[in-house]
Design a protein around this ligand. Sequence first.
Ligand SMILES: [Zn+2]
Length: 323
Amino acid sequence: MNRQALDDLKQQIPLMGYLQAHDWHPARPLSRGRWIGLCPLHEDHQPSFLVNTNKDLFYCYGCGRGGDVIRFAELYHQVKFPQAVALLHQWRGVEPSLLLEAARFYRIQLHRHSEAVAYLYQRGIRSSATIELMRIGYAPGGCLRRWLIQLGYPMPALCQAGLVTGNGYDTYVRRIVFPLEGNLYGRSLSASAPAHRFLPGSKGGLYSWDQVRQYPEVILVEGLFDYAALWQAGFHNVTCSLGTNLNARQLRQLCDGSRTVYLTFDADQNGSGRQAAQSLACRLTEHGVSTRTVSLPEGHDPNSFFAHGGDAHQFQSLLEEAR
Ligand SMILES: [Zn+2]
C-alpha cells in the first residue's frame, strides 16, 4: 500500500471516532482539541492516555506508547501493521472508490437523459460550470449495478454501500445525484417517490466547507439546489447543511472560528423553516457565533427565489436587511 492510500485511510478514520467506537471515552478536555482518559492499552487507574484530535495522535504517559490510528489498531488488537491496515479497511466499510465510481457513472448519465437536464433547467440550474463544480449526475435506475460489477466490485460491497438493494435493483432511480463527502444525495424527479434520499451512513459535514470556512460571513442554506442557485448568482461564501437539523460535526464546523452566519432556510408557509432558523440561531449564539436570519418572500427558498426571477442584487438586499 502506498503512502497516499495510507494517508487517505487515516483521513477517513478520525482517531477519536475509532476510539469511541471501541468504548473509549475521554475523562476531560485538557485544552482545545486535547483530551485525556484512561488508557485502553494498559491497566490504568488514573487518566494518562492523551488524544490530540487536531493531529489525530495519541500518547500514553503510563505505558509510553503513542502514534496514529493505525498504531492504535496494532496495539489494541495486538496485530502487525498489515493486519491493522486490513482491519481498519474492513471497519471503514464502504470503499470510497466505490462511491467515486458510482458518482462518475451518474455524471456520464446526466447528459444522456433529457429529463434530467430539463429538471435542472426547470430548477434554474443552467450553468454548466455549476453542474461541473458540484459534480451533479443522474441515476436513471437499472444500470449502475452492471457497470460496477464490470469494474470488479463484488455484489455484497454494492449492497453494503446501499447503492444496490438486497433484491439487486439500483437504489437510486430517476434521481439527480450530488456527491457528498462519504455519501451520495439523490433528489427524486418523480413525485411518487420520497423527494430526498441519502445512502446509509452520515450525511457528512457542511457542504464544501473547506472552500467556505475562511469567509468572515457565511450563508447557510438547507438544500443543494439552494446552494447551486446562490453559487450561480455569484455568492461563493455559501454552504449547505442538507436539512435544517445540523449534526454535531456541522455545528462544530460553524463554531470553529469567529464569523457571521446568515441563516437562509426555506420560508415555508407553516413557518417550520423560520422556527428551525430560530432554534439554530440560539445554539450558535451560545457558542459565540453571530447570526442573522434572512427573510425570503413567503413560500420561497433560495432556489425558487432565483428560479422565479430574483437576481443577485435583490438577494444582496435581503442579506443586508437580515436581522
Ligand atoms: Zn497506556
